[in-house]
Design a protein around this ligand. Structure first.
Ligand code: PEP
Ligand code: MG
Length: 979
């Protein structure tokens, strides 16, 4: 892609004007698009410009020189505009223009890419800033920060491993040592000047080049460094975790600097229009007086709260008295009341404008408020639900919007256990931090992010986290930090991940060397269990039990709304009365898959099952099956009762028989004793059951067709259980499902056995019930011949686990060996066992649905593979017009919401399609009319021409005739005269 003529690469904003707007996120990135929008709606933003994401892509494809030549002229013009709007000059020694250079991708990637602040500072410009701010210390402090940041980010001097020391930090420490001071703030102007000199010497020593004194060289270096940071390891990992494609690229935002560190009349902060942890409609955030933006999130100073209410709540959690709070940590509302009023009005306006909870960044420079960023705030699952439902009630958004605001997968956080209250009461709270991301976590302590895999359940304990720790944070059950506020890196990232996090637990003494944690006389070491309560901020010693969460209130209302807006029902995959009940409580509308074999593993059943397997002949098998019948019937009664009035799909025996016999000698000996036979007999049987590819072997309906007595027993158990319940006034709705069918005869044979058995039971009982017989579609051949299968099957349930296995030819049990590599190398975009492969497996499903409906227009269709609880797969099933999806109990709410999303999106898609079709036909009509009109016009013109010609001819004739008459007349007069 080259630059098209007129392709705009640089978009200006500022002075209540902008070239772009909020709808241009793809081109300008989230930050750039929102800066433009804020400027357009009159929110004060420092002027600047955005270099588009397209330039980043070109930079990655064609390199630096190409990218610079593409945008050079436009960037120069844009800088001139910023100079004009700010009344400053880039690199000037009197009134220099200083810039910030920041990344800004389409999707927010907090802290993953690079930023350079105070750009434009040179030996000349620093004097200008000192003069302008009337604060030499501030000028030199900004300069030394700039040289360090530029050295780290642009000149590649950032330490690469955790053992390396940042050369700039080393110099700072040396100067502080020499001057015998402990805080940076105690350093004098001369110290800072000396620091800049030493920084520059370090740059020269490490890179071999002088630090750039030309502001333009600085600017190009920084812009390209931001483009480069799109491809750094942590950005790549973050994209992978969040499904962000590499092709998107990042935009670069270059903006006039405003300073929060210009003295006590300046400040900087971050804020949320609602609580990102709980969803409570309360303005909240943190700020620091006389600080730069990075100071708030870096967790180096303890940030103060923005509102008085928030400050009071913080003080209680932090064990700070009201007097101490008001004196030492006043809120912005108290410390800068005018600014607070303006900020509060701005946050209200922004939330109303965007109709969503906003995450804001602001700076106060010398008593003037500037907004640096607004974006939809990341939030926990609980906050997501509450904010959506509150905004619906406030009339801000519609029901459909409220549903679409909640990511189905985020509900997972709400469905998982919290601490058992009793266990919690027993637990010993060792200290308290900030409740940075709610939930409960328990695990063994690790102190380094790259060691989180050491234990199955780990808690990452750090003084503070940084973006490098991302992978470990993702693995750990929870995160604990000693430093950092509610907007620290750890807190923001953990909330995004829905992971429990306690931050800013200042009383913890963490020693990385000895891998220990000490607090108030308690000493813990790596590997010790601790528990975190992300909702209260409590840190507890030991492992604490958990319980299932309460699901009512907003969550319940959201679910009701989801059902209102979806057409597909959600069933569950459950094999026990307990799971059935859990799923029903979660809103399951039936069972889509009851795997009967799971029932056979309990003590009394496995014995009878093994007797059947060991039996020499049919008579022996029947004898064993007779023992199984009452046990199985009882299981079904329990499930039917839990699911009364709702359909229950019971699948007949599916797995290969070897799964029911022991393979270890120890267990074989035990079985031999129980059965009163020799170990050798058992081993011989196990050997005879051995298959090279058991998943493609003697399983599914192949079992029922070789041993019809198994099908008979199971059919009888199902129907007798249903009749037994009927006698108690309970309605059971069984649907008998034949697994692993590939040909119509396989199914027909099974169906005949089922129906004959059922009829026999009906006769014996002199009582009937309604029931269905159907099949799974999980073999490609069944999908391709679904019209024949539907002659017998009253319903289809897609077994997408096996269908994926057989379509790809990937063994379900062995794919783990290569799938991770395939995903890493991009051979596969996602794991097809988790997300339906719509192109391949999906095509087979589509064929099966179409063919099945051709034979049996009202055939019931659903899905019961693992994909039934995965949102994008649920959406796909909706497009095929499925009646239901079925998934594990804990995924039922997720699938209900996904089903609503699917239907809403499908509706929008249908509406768009209808609009397109209408547009198309309107265009066709218009085309037809205008071509008809052109014809008529042509005809009319032709006719007019002809008429004119004829008229002219007629006129000519008349003239001639008149001439002749006149001639005759003249002659006659002449004759008369002669006479
Ligand atoms: C399937 O194959 O998708 C299915 C649900 O059956 P199972 O996982 O039991 O093979
Ligand atoms: Mg299967």
């Amino acid at each position: 892609m080259g630059k098209e003529k007129n392709q705009k690469t640089v978009y200006l904003f500022g002075d209540k004007k902008a070239d772009g707007d909020a709808s241009m996120k793809n081109l300008l990135g989230g930050k750039g698009a929102n800066l433009a929008e804020m400027s357009l709606i009159g929110v004060p933003v420092p002027p600047g410009f955005t270099i588009t994401t397209e330039v980043c892509t070109l930079y990655n494809d064609k390199g630096r020189d190409y990218a610079v030549s593409l945008i050079k002229e436009d960037v120069e013009k844009a800088v001139a505009e910023v100079e004009r709007m700010t009344g400053t000059k880039f690199g000037d020694s009197n009134n220099p223009c200083l810039l910030s250079v920041r990344s800004g991708a389409r999707a927010s990637m907090p802290g993953m890419m690079d930023t350079v602040l105070n750009l434009g500072l040179t030996d000349a410009a620093v004097a200008g800033i000192a003069k302008k701010s009337n604060n030499e210390r501030f000028a030199w402090d900004s300069y030394r920060r700039f040289v360090q940041m530029y050295g780290d980010v642009v000149l590649g001097m950032k330490p690469e491993s955790k053992e390396d020391i940042d050369p700039f930090e080393e110099i700072i420490e040396a100067i502080k040592d020499e001057k015998q001071v402990s805080n940076d703030t105690e350093l004098t102007v001369d110290d800072l000047k000396d620091m800049v000199k030493r920084f520059k010497a370090a740059v020269k020593a490490q890179t071999g080049h002088d630090f750039p004194e030309d502001p333009w060289e600085q600017l190009w270096g920084a812009v390209m460094a931001v483009f480069d940071s799109w491809m750094n390891d942590r950005a790549i990992l973050y994209r992978k975790l969040n499904d962000i494609p590499a092709e998107w690229g990042t935009a670069v935002n270059v903006q006039a600097m405003v300073f929060g560190n210009m003295g006590d009349n300046s400040a900087t902060g971050v804020a949320f229009t609602r609580d990102a942890g709980t969803g409570e409609n309360i303005f909240n955030g943190e700020y620091l007086i006389n600080a730069q933006g990075e100071d708030v999130v870096a967790g180096i100073r303890t940030p103060q709260q923005i509102t008085k209410e928030g400050s009071r709540r913080w003080a209680i959690l932090a064990d700070v008295t009201e007097e101490e709070r008001a004196a030492k940590y006043p809120s912005l509302e108290e410390a800068m009341p005018k600014i607070y009023t303006e900020l509060n009005a701005t946050q209200n306006a922004l939330e109303q404008h965007y109709k969503d909870m906003q995450d804001l960044e602001f700076t106060v420079q010398d008593g003037k408020l500037w907004m640096l960023q607004t974006r939809s705030g990341k939030r926990t699952g609980a906050a997501m639900v509450k904010i959506a439902m509150d905004m619906l009630k406030e009339g801000m958004i519609s029901e459909k919007e409220a549903l679409l605001r909640v990511e189905p997968n985020k509900l997972d956080e709400l469905l998982h256990p919290v601490f058992d209250k009793d266990a919690l009461a027993e637990g010993k709270v060792i200290t308290k931090g900030l409740p940075a991301s709610p939930g409960a976590a328990t695990g063994q302590m690790v102190f380094f992010a790259d060691e989180c895999e050491k234990y199955e359940n780990s808690i990452l304990v750090r003084i503070e986290t940084s973006p490098e720790d991302l992978e470990g944070m993702n693995i750990a059950n929870g995160i604990l930090t000693a430093r950092g506020g509610m907007t620290s890196h750890a807190a923001v990232v953990a909330r995004g991940m829905g992971k429990c996090c306690v931050s800013g637990a200042g009383s913890l003494v963490i020693d990385y060397k000895t891998r220990t944690l000490k607090v108030d006389g308690v000493s813990l070491k790596e590997g010790d269990w601790i528990s975190l309560n992300g909702t209260t901020g409590e840190i507890l010693e030991g492992k604490i039990g958990t319980i299932d969460p309460e699901l009512s209130g907003d969550f319940g209302e959201l679910m009701t709304l989801a059902d209102k807006h979806s057409v597909m029902l959600v069933r569950t995959n459950a094999d026990t009365p307990h799971d059935s009940k859990v799923a029903r409580d979660f809103g399951a509308q039936g069972i889509g898959l009851c795997r009967t074999e799971h029932m056979f593993f309990e003590e009394d059943k496995i014995k009878a099952m093994r007797e059947m397997i060991l039996a020499e002949d049919e008579a022996g098998r029947r004898e064993a099956l007779d023992k199984l019948l009452p046990l199985q019937r009882k299981d079904f009664e329990g499930i039917f009762q839990a699911m009364h009035d709702l359909p229950v799909t019971v699948r007949l025996l599916d797995p290969p028989l070897h799964e029911f016999v022991p393979h270890e000698e120890e267990n074989q000996k035990q079985m031999a004793e129980e059965m009163g036979i020799t170990v050798a007999d058992i081993q011989a049987k196990v050997e005879s059951l051995h298959e090279f590819n058991p998943m493609l072997g003697h399983r599914g309906c192949r079992l029922g067709n070789t041993y019809p007595e198994i099908t008979e027993m199971q059919s009888r158990a199902i129907i007798e259980a249903a009749l037994n319940l009927k006698a108690q006034g309970i309605t059971a709705k069984p649907e008998i499902m034949i697994p692993l069918v590939g040909t119509k005869k396989e199914l027909k044979m099974q169906e005949e056995i089922v129906r004959a058995t059922v009829e026999k039971v009906f006769e014996e009982r002199n009582e009937r019930i309604d029931y269905l017989v159907g099949t799974m579609i999980e073999i490609p051949r069944a999908a391709l011949t679904a019209d024949e299968i539907a002659e017998t099957a009253e319903f289809f349930s897609f077994g997408t686990n096996d269908l994926t296995q057989m379509t790809f030819g990937y063994s379900r049990d062995d794919a783990g060996k290569f799938l991770p590599t395939y995903l890493d190398k991009g051979i596969l975009e996602y794991d097809p066992f988790q997300v339906i492969d719509q192109t391949g497996v999906g095509s087979l499903m589509k064929i099966a649905v179409e063919k099945g409906r051709k034979t049996r227009p009202n055939i019931k269709i659903g899905i019961c593979g693992e994909h039934g609880g995965e949102p994008s797969s649920v959406e796909f099933c909706n497009t095929l017009g499925f009646g239901y999806v079925s998934c594990s109990p804990f995924r039922v709410p997720i699938a209900r919401l996904a089903a609503a999303h699917a239907n809403i999106k499908q509706g929008a898609w249908d509406a768009d399609n209808a609009k397109e079709t209408l547009k198309e036909s309107a265009k066709n009509v218009a085309d037809a009319v205008s071509s008809e009109y052109a014809n008529v016009e042509k005809e009319a013109k032709k006719a007019a021409k002809k008429a004119r010609k004829e008229a002219e001819k007629e006129l000519k004739n008349l003239r001639n005739e008149a001439k002749n008459i006149f001639k005759k007349f003249e002659e006659e007069i002449k004759n008369l005269k002669k006479k």
